[in-house]
Each structure stands twice: as structure tokens, then as C-alpha cells.
Write a protein that binds this ligand. Structure first.
Ligand SMILES: [Zn+2]
Length: 165
């Protein structure tokens, strides 16, 4: 499957069946020249199940107004988020911390997730330091739904192409 977006526009994502070739005559695709279209293979994108993200949002709601945090397990090679891993943490209204010794060493742990009760899903300076440990880092901004969620790489750079399926 392929996904494309139109450069310099608000990203709009379309999944096209593998056998489908692009045609400017297709009704649901804007009639624009092909040099403005960039094709991205879906298997190079991060993928996360919608239900998993919704579960994380529910947990964040239960912790509100404190922050919620957990780790993420998955498959780094295939860029797939597979599970939420709950580990002991200290939470307050503006911070969350893990005991370094409680962090499991496991190569299937590829990411982190935490909530921001102040609605912003931008990472703080401390967040970006923490993010260096992991390939994918998710911030849920209040009121915690997939639309108010930010995805970041280990450098704190926003990951735009995430397939929530
Ligand atoms: Zn944060």
C-alpha cells in the first residue's frame, strides 16, 4: 500500500490499494501535476492501533489532573507500536518520573508515552532529554484523544507520518 500527501498543503492522507496506479482522473484525488505528489511507502511509517491509543487516552483521563506515563513496546524494524507497558512512576500535575532502576531493559521497548494535563502536546525541554532513549515518544494533550496527540522521534522532532489504524 502507498500513502501520499500533497506538499505545501495541510497533510491529507489517502491509502491507495497496492494495485492502484495514480491517475489525475480519479474522482477523489485533486487534479494536480504529479511532481507535487510525494509517494511514501506505508511500511516506512509508524503504525499504531487506534484502540491502543484510545486505551492510553482512557488511562490518561483516569490520572487527570496528574500526568500519566508509560512505556511502549513494539517492533522497531517495522515501526509498529504494539503495546503499552505500565511501570511504576511518580506523577504530579506537571511532572512524571520513572525510577531509572525500574526501567526494564528489553529491546522490544521502543518508546514512551505521557500526558499533558495543560492540553499542549508539545514536548518540554525535560521531555526532549528523556526522548533520547527511545525511537518514538507520544504526548497526549488534554482532553486526550488521538487528534490532540503528538509523536516525536529520539531527537524531539515531530513525526508527521503515523498511520493510526
Ligand atoms: Zn511532557
Amino acid at each position: 500500500m502507498f500513502l501520499f500527501y500533497i506538499k505545501n498543503c495541510t497533510p491529507r492522507k489517502y491509502i491507495i490499494k497496492q494495485s492502484t496506479t495514480y491517475s489525475s482522473e480519479q474522482k477523489h484525488i485533486p487534479n494536480i501535476s504529479t511532481n507535487k505528489i510525494e509517494f511514501i511507502q506505508v511500511n516506512k511509517m509508524w503504525r499504531i492501533k487506534k484502540t491502543l491509543l484510545e486505551d492510553a487516552c482512557l488511562s490518561a483521563q483516569n490520572y487527570y489532573p496528574k500526568e500519566f506515563a508509560c512505556l511502549i513496546g513494539g517492533d522497531a524494524k517495522n515501526k509498529t507500536v504494539k503495546e503499552i507497558i505500565f511501570i511504576p512512576s511518580e506523577t504530579s500535575e506537571n511532572s512524571v518520573s520513572f525510577l531509572e532502576s525500574s526501567l526494564p531493559f528489553d529491546e522490544t521497548i521502543i518508546g514512551s508515552l505521557h500526558s499533558h494535563p495543560n492540553a499542549s502536546y508539545r514536548p518540554s525541554t525535560q521531555d526532549t532529554h528523556f526522548f533520547r532513549k527511545y525511537l518514538i515518544n507520544i504526548i497526549l494533550g488534554y482532553p486526550y484523544n488521538p487528534l490532540n496527540t503528538g509523536f516525536y522521534d529520539e531527537n524531539g522532532k515531530r513525526i508527521i507520518n503515523v498511520l493510526i489504524e
